[in-house]
Write a protein that binds this ligand. Structure first.
Ligand code: PLP
Length: 386
């Protein structure tokens, strides 16, 4: 049996996969089994921040692999210490809990928010408000947080204590917040929900309400974070100070690591024994993340914004494009043709792109060479227009 047949026979059929078996790559180029080349506009869903097997990242993780590949969190390791310091110094957050994924980072944030409210206000305050169309993960609790009813069939009962409200609607916000509200959790640009950006007015209104009522503000930066939106974290572009920030995807540059980062109010909430993870902050993943985060400089963000500008200029008003949304190198394209057809057409012509709901979604590496950006957008524009 070939790779397709083996996978389809022996793995749970949870994914609608494209018939493409990727074998190798470097930077923003990928190769399949037969040596066909693809330009990568997806980065493994915003994971490979500096592309496939980036040399500096590879050197950092291989050096760490040869020193110590894993240690339990009963002990200290240098990569975890350095990564936590770097994240706090660069983001202004106070401390960090390391996880293996975005969903776990959000679970940790929700636990922290519930404990904060419980410690201060008792049992009456536990509801976490999230937005319609949000995506916060696939565990039962983060699915409960996720504001997409289509994902809620078949899996009841869910973790109680979540309420979904419409995005960018300030009046709904004040109507739905109550005495029982412990936290509000938001993506500043909804990724899986269709690359929808929250307005500054809305975000500022949320910040004000949270401050007035001692409600925690949790920003889910699993997709928007780590340089993706043209700053280390998107909340920094909005100029706000969240109580908890979660991230994952691009943090490890291609190895599984996530983080829940805590601010002034929340940094002391999780106490010994209240949370933990076997693999969380694994030294190899942390060494990879150190290589990524150490390169998050103003020059890099400038480069992200330039690349984003280039793509936006080429896409806006192009044939077959209805609208372009997003922030930095997280781009959604509303097209006249179905997004799925465009993805397939692009693949046939050597370009990998993603979808988000009904849109085509682009998440190229932060350092994708301009030459590949140009070649890739030629293929994309042709597929959209045809
Ligand atoms: C991908 C994603 C998650 C879930 O991350 P996993 O690593 O798949 O668990 C959560 N929130 C957002 C905003 C995401 O984009």
């Amino acid at each position: 049996m070939n790779i397709f047949e083996l996978t389809d026979k022996y793995t749970a059929s949870t994914y609608g996969r494209y018939k493409l078996a990727l074998k190798s790559g470097k930077g923003s180029l990928l190769y399949d089994e037969n040596g066909n080349e693809y330009i990568d506009f997806g980065s493994g869903i915003a994971v490979n921040s500096f592309g496939i097997s980036d040399s500096e990242w590879l050197e950092a993780i291989t050096a760490q692999l040869g020193m110590i590949n894993h240690a339990s969190n009963y002990y200290y390791t240098e990569p975890q210490a350095k990564l936590a310091e770097m994240l706090c110094e660069k983001s202004g957050m106070k401390n960090v809990f390391f996880t293996n994924s975005g969903a776990e980072a959000n679970e940790c944030a929700i636990k922290c928010a519930r404990k904060y409210a419980h410690d201060k206000y008792g049992d009456s305050r536990s509801t976490v408000i999230t937005l319609e169309n949000s995506f916060h993960g696939r565990t039962l609790t983060t699915l409960s947080a996720t504001g997409q009813p289509a994902m809620h069939v078949n899996f009841a009962p869910f973790t109680p204590g979540f309420k979904h409200i419409p995005a960018n609607d300030i009046s709904a916000l004040s109507a739905d917040i109550g005495e029982d509200t412990a936290a509000i959790m938001l993506e500043l640009v909804q990724g899986e929900g269709g690359v929808n950006r929250l307005t500054s007015d809305y975000v500022n209104a949320v910040v004000d309400i949270c401050r007035e009522r001692d409600i925690l503000l949790i920003i889910d930066e699993v997709q928007t974070g780590n340089g993706r939106c043209g700053n280390l974290y998107a909340f920094m572009e909005y100029g706000i100070s969240p109580d908890i920030v979660t991230t994952a995807k691009g943090l490890g540059g291609g190895l599984p690591i996530g983080a829940a980062m805590f601010g002034e109010k929340t940094s002391g909430v999780l106490t010994p024994g209240t949370h933990g993870s076997t693999f969380g902050g694994n030294p190899v993943c942390a060494a990879g993340a150190c290589s990524i985060i150490s390169r998050m400089t103003p020059e890099l963000f400038e480069g992200v914004k330039k690349r984003a500008e280039y793509l936006k200029n080429r896409l806006e008003n192009a044939n077959g494009v209805k609208s372009v949304s997003g922030m930095g190198l997280m781009i959604g394209i509303e097209t006249e043709k179905p997004a799925g057809d465009i993805v397939k057409r692009c693949m046939e012509n050597g370009l990998l792109v993603l979808t988000a709901k009904t849109k085509v979604r682009l998440l190229p590496a932060l350092n994708i060479p301009f030459e590949l950006l140009e070649k890739g957008s030629d293929i994309l524009l042709k597929a959209i227009a045809e």
